[in-house]
Design a protein around this ligand. Structure first.
Ligand code: NAD
Length: 324
């Protein structure tokens, strides 16, 4: 039986990835500094480890039966735009330590395949409609935030260890990912979860606040599609960074309208100052398409699955608060 370690298995994409690896027949160890918040991990074994420490990275990938065949590195100190703008030092410090020590441990202990989760935040700010950038055009680099710079550095480190130690490294640059069991409150939530929460809390006809003037565009990838992309990329011959994303772009206002339609409510928006991030990022998905991946969920389908889950969390939290 193939063995896999998923670092960041207590988080959103990691916990979904564990389920996919189990469905593919793997023995899986999940590793994280915390357990999954919303459901029991599907992993065969779950280890609580702080991966900023070198000895814990060695522990993470050392199994009773030897070294894990595949390591998926998704652990990071991260969140949506609000967090990215307010926690620059924490992001750069914590995530770079995790990646320095995880890459070193995996390469020196002889892991065969290593996956690293990067982000399209490595690309510069763009205007909507500018020609799509290929992966190579991320350099010369000018990410608008420190999260993107950390990702670029960690990508390069993984590739350097790959060259020196012969470890196969696969790197995905994820687009905004959303779906059930993602952070939905507390400051680290991303736009689809934050908008779902605001719409769930609003009454029919209410107005909700959105950051900026509402014109910034984003594309969103449903978590099942993202996990499918990770699995396919890990087992492909594609070297270097590979973008994974849905090709459709939406303004924040359109995201609200889609969410409101799913909720069956009329919702107005009020624009307020806030950390918007880039106006747009247009990047090519041709490399991931070349191995047969394509997104199966458009935003409407994905929000039809995400909104009810967030609404349930909102109701549960309200009931808990009422009960004292
Ligand atoms: P998440 O925050 O839900 O998961 C990250 C996990 O890492 C968390 O469970 C957290 O506890 C864990 N972690 C943090 N510090 C740790 C430490 N010191 N030791 C061990 N574990 C630690 O985030 P996610 O959305 O699942 O993202 C997974 C990966 O994908 C991250 O690398 C993220 O940067 C990347 N990514 C995500 C998105 C997105 O839209 N969600 C977009 C681009 C890139």
């Amino acid at each position: 039986m193939k063995t896999a370690v998923v670092c960041g298995a207590g988080g959103f994409i990691g916990s979904h990835l564990v389920k996919r690896l189990k469905a593919e027949g793997y023995w899986v160890r999940g590793v994280d500094i915390k357990r999954p918040e919303f459901s029991r991990s599907a992993a065969d074994e779950f280890k609580l480890l702080d991966l900023r420490l070198p000895k814990n990275c060695v522990k993470a990938i050392s199994l009773q039966q030897g070294i894990a065949d595949e390591v998926y590195q998704l652990a990071a100190d991260m969140g949506g735009m609000g967090f990215i703008h307010s926690a620059e030092c924490e992001i750069m410090h914590n995530s770079v330590l995790i990646n320095v020590h995880m890459t070193q441990a995996a390469a020196t202990l002889g892991v065969k395949r290593y996956f690293y989760s990067s982000s399209v935040c490595v690309y510069r700010d763009m205007k909507h409609g500018e020609p799509e950038m290929t992966e190579a055009q991320a350099v010369p680099a000018n990410p608008d935030n420190e999260y993107g710079w950390e990702k670029l550095y960690s990508e390069r480190m993984a590739l350097a260890y790959s060259r020196k130690f012969g470890m196969t490294v696969r790197i995905a640059r994820f687009q905004n990912c959303y779906g059930p069991e993602g952070t939905w409150r507390g400051g680290r939530e991303k736009a689809p979860a934050a908008i779902s929460r605001k719409v769930a809390e609003a009454a029919h006809g209410d107005t909700i606040d959105i950051w900026g003037d509402g014109s910034a565009v984003r594309s969103y990838t449903y978590v099942d599609d993202m996990v499918d992309g990770i699995f396919r990329l890990m087992h492909s011959d594609l070297e270097g960074a590979v973008n994974i994303g849905c090709p459709h772009y939406y303004t924040v206002k359109e995201l609200v309208d889609i969410t409101a339609a799913v909720a069956g409510k009329t919702i107005q928006t009020r624009t307020v100052p806030g950390p918007v991030g880039v106006q747009s990022r247009n990047f090519s998905n041709e490399r991931i398409y070349s191995i047969g991946w394509t997104s199966r969920f458009d935003l409407k389908d994905g929000m039809a699955l995400t909104y009810p889950w967030v609404k349930k969390q909102v109701k549960k939290a309200a009931a808990k608060a009422k009960a004292g």
